[in-house]
Design a binder for this molecule. Structure first.
Ligand code: DQA
Length: 141
């Protein structure tokens, strides 16, 4: 099974950025754990702070890959372009968030892409990604 994790803006700063909200672990360290945990999954990881690069990546993988796990960061709440890309591809997308966006500022309560995703996982820290992988892997078997 092939799964890509796509992280949007500022998620390259995980481990350094607002640790009280996002924790102390870098995504690279967490990604290593995830790969060890799901050793029969073939993972790709992509991070960009640039909206168009995220859209290009969705177009590139979105008609062939088994699953997309995407934390679009702030673009979740603002980007019609990314939401349109999610609507336009055929691979299933799970929207994830590290923090519980519904317990935070009101502008984080809206997701433009959620309606075209399989579902949304938010508020479980980095474990949100693992829960998404669990869904894809259990669905397959
Ligand atoms: C986030 C929540 C977003 O509101 C925020 O802009 C982020 C991270 C999360 O994972 O909790 O950058 O997507």
């Amino acid at each position: 099974m092939n799964i890509i994790i796509i992280n949007g803006p500022n998620l390259n700063l995980l481990g350094k950025r607002e640790p009280e909200v996002y924790g102390n672990t870098s995504f690279e360290d967490y990604f290593q754990l995830l790969q060890n945990q799901f050793s029969d999954v073939s993972f790709e990881y992509f991070q960009s702070n640039v909206e168009g690069e995220i859209i290009n990546k969705l177009h590139e993988v979105g008609f062939s890959i088994d699953g997309i796990i995407m934390n679009a960061g702030a673009y979740t709440h603002t980007s019609i372009g990314i939401a349109d890309a999610v609507a336009g591809i055929t691979s299933p997308v799970i929207e994830v968030h590290i923090s519980n966006v519904y317990a935070r500022e009101e502008y984080r309560h809206q997701s433009l892409m959620a309606k075209n995703c399989v579902g949304v996982i938010a508020g479980f820290g980095l474990k949100s990604y693992q829960l998404a992988v669990d869904y894809f892997t259990s669905k397959k078997s």
